[in-house]
Write a protein that binds this ligand. Sequence first.
Ligand SMILES: [Zn+2]
Length: 331
Amino acid sequence: MTKKSIQFNRRQLLTGAATLAVAPWLIEGQIQASHAKAPMLGPKQPKHARFKLGEFELTNIVDSESFIDGPYPLIGKNATEQEVRTLMQQNFLPETKYQPGFTPTVLNTGKELILFDTGNGDNGFIPEPAGGWLAKQLLPAGIKPEQIDIVVLTHGHPDHVGGLIMHGKTIYPNARYIISQIEYDFWTAKNKHSGDIEKFAKVFVDNTQSLKDKFTFIKPGDDVVTGVTAVEAYGHTPGQLAFHIESAGNQAFLWADCAHHHVASLARPDWHCVFDVDPEQGAKTRARIFDMVATDKLTVLGYHMPFPSIGYVEKLNDQSFRWVQHSFQLK
Ligand SMILES: [Zn+2]
């Protein structure tokens, strides 16, 4: 079609509705042109996802959507940068940026409302305004902070405890608080830490000091409530706990920080994570937990997996696993 004939057709279109039957696609083009100045709206992702697990209901909530530098050397510090970049290429991912999930979980057992981890708050790894969104995202998810009965801290890092106290205020005034004794003792030890650990310990103490009388301590094998059992996940931090969740024969596994990148951490559990206080123990724990959830085909809640941070693990061989992102409605 020549340019002249296109111009002719456009003039025709303006002459009457009868033309609609002839060339509706050109009318459509005309309509789009008249709305071309609509503003760009920017990327948009959901901020919460809810599903049922037997009689339980679980809600995962976004605390930050920040892109960070990595995965190398955050993951794969004991590998070469090229090895990590190649793995990203093979998986259609950027080589030097990624968007980890920061995904606290709210579990409603029907009797108790339990929050696992509190996000970055105003002094975590990704503080307000880029992160620390949990407190503001609870209401849109249908949950009032004062309804939370129990806050479980999987471990003491700033992106998990930073949202206990915000702007000097307790966010969960009616809650009691649960953490492993080993973890609490590590972060509250006086004159023991230096460098990053010292900084993280200050965030932990700042967020927990005013709540310390409301803390109780658990160890692997203990129940938070019926159906929620602590599992040893040491290495990332000295006392990190994961949680096995079961209701009416349905099972899920909340693995806290056993993985920090949905491809790199799974494909190479032996690659060290710079956030692990003991990288060798962290690697062993990762491999053990991946193997267990793959073998038992458990639904996984993974704090740093991409939102909605729900998925499964496939075992590829004795050294390597694959994250399978949740892609259907769990009932
Ligand atoms: Zn974390």
